[in-house]
Design a protein around this ligand. Sequence first.
Ligand code: NAP
Length: 261
Amino acid sequence: MLEMFSLKGKVAVITGASRGLGRTMAKGLAAAGAHVVLIARDKAKLDAVSSEIAADGGASTVLPIDLSDERAIRTGVQSIAASLGRIDICVNNAGIINWQPVLESDLEEFDRTMDTNVKATFIMAQECAAVMRKGGEGGRIINIGSVLSTVGRAKLHAYCASKSAIVGLTRSLAAELGRENITANVIAPGYFVTDINASVTGREGYVEAVSGVTPMERWGEPQELVGTLIYLASGASSFVTGQVIHVDGGISSTFKFQLAA
Ligand code: NAP
């Protein structure tokens, strides 16, 4: 029964693996049996994650890439396909955020957010899907959205636009690649303490305010994404595609007043 969740013999590529949610998800993929390809810019941090995976008995390859560099992505994915012989799972997790009021925002920041969060996700998915199709055994594309894929947030217009775009992109990938037995789904995390929200978690009352509007009344632990990730990456989800799975303690589906009802 648990065999359907095994990733033994699979090659999984994951971006943003140097820290935060990606680091934990990469270790989860390795623990499930996959050979994990770790992508981000910071090679020293990727090496550290790779050592942690090895210490747990897993296997990984470090691939330092700046995802704003299209050529580097395409060459990197092709080098992995050549050296490891296959790509079965592509997890597009790397992402950036930028807080700017609408009337004071600049296009450079908007472009930078869209390029990292959306364009790189598309290029990664395109390259990996080509390798998956050639392999003839199908594959899994898992894109990391957000609770802000479905709701807006003041001062985060670029980030919200990028995370909504990831949902549209994923549904289109699902529509076109289904016949190749390649599925595409989104995991939409709620609030998890990582570097990405370090600028706001220090604000007095912020952490408590988020907990207050979350039905489970707390922030998530990165490890709590791993079960959904393994499900979507494995044979257990073989007929699931084009879906958005929220892992957010219920925040996206409820309207919770901080005062008790
Ligand atoms: P994080 O701790 O800031 O990590 C971001 C990761 O992305 C790092 O590994 C970083 O690696 C990589 N990255 C950023 N720009 C890159 C670039 N140009 N090229 C290559 N790698 C790049 O953020 P996180 O919280 O783990 O977030 C991971 C994903 O979850 C993001 O897509 C985020 O939007 C989403 N998410 C997070 C939360 C949350 O509460 N934490 C909630 C909803 C959604 P390097 O700096 O080494 O390149």
